[in-house]
Ligand binder design. Structure first.
Ligand SMILES: O=C(CO)COP(=O)(O)O
Length: 127
């Protein structure tokens, strides 16, 4: 099973929901983790089962980061809002940092997410 973390800041949640819907047949074969509001949207609008952490501003990014440190996440798609200051920016940076520390593929925009999902699909076909 592949473990995927899906996160989006508020102004990017619609983009993420549309992207995940488009690739639903891939994501429904994975174990999904998300920060709370993102996860709720993916469950309610797309009908996927999602392991929901705390909301990002309440430490959810750090919880996902902790899962990465424990080796429990294979891919991260995190659609950040580059135009809005986030009160929990240090937590966001920490999550991005542990992805680099542990060499976890990370997409922070839709163009890269497209590449990652193709890679995830390829990996699933080999399982
Ligand atoms: O803020 C976030 C990531 O930094 C996302 O958190 P939510 O999914 O709870 O909105």
């Amino acid at each position: 099973m592949l473990e995927i973390a899906l996160i989006a800041h508020d102004k990017k949640k619609l983009d993420l929901a549309m992207f995940v819907k488009e690739w639903k047949e891939v994501f429904e074969k994975c174990d999904l983790y998300a920060t709370r509001s993102t996860g709720r949207i993916l469950e309610e609008k797309i009908g996927l089962l999602v392991n929901k952490m705390e909301s990002g501003p309440y430490g959810g990014d750090l919880q996902i980061g902790s899962l990465i440190v424990e080796g429990k996440i294979n891919f991260v798609i995190f659609l950040r809002d580059p135009l809005t200051a986030q009160p929990h920016e240090p937590d966001v940076s920490a999550l991005l940092r542990v992805c680099d520390v542990h060499n976890i593929p990370l997409a922070t925009n839709l163009a890269t997410a497209e590449g990652l999902v193709l890679e995830i699909k390829k990996k699933l076909e080999k399982i």
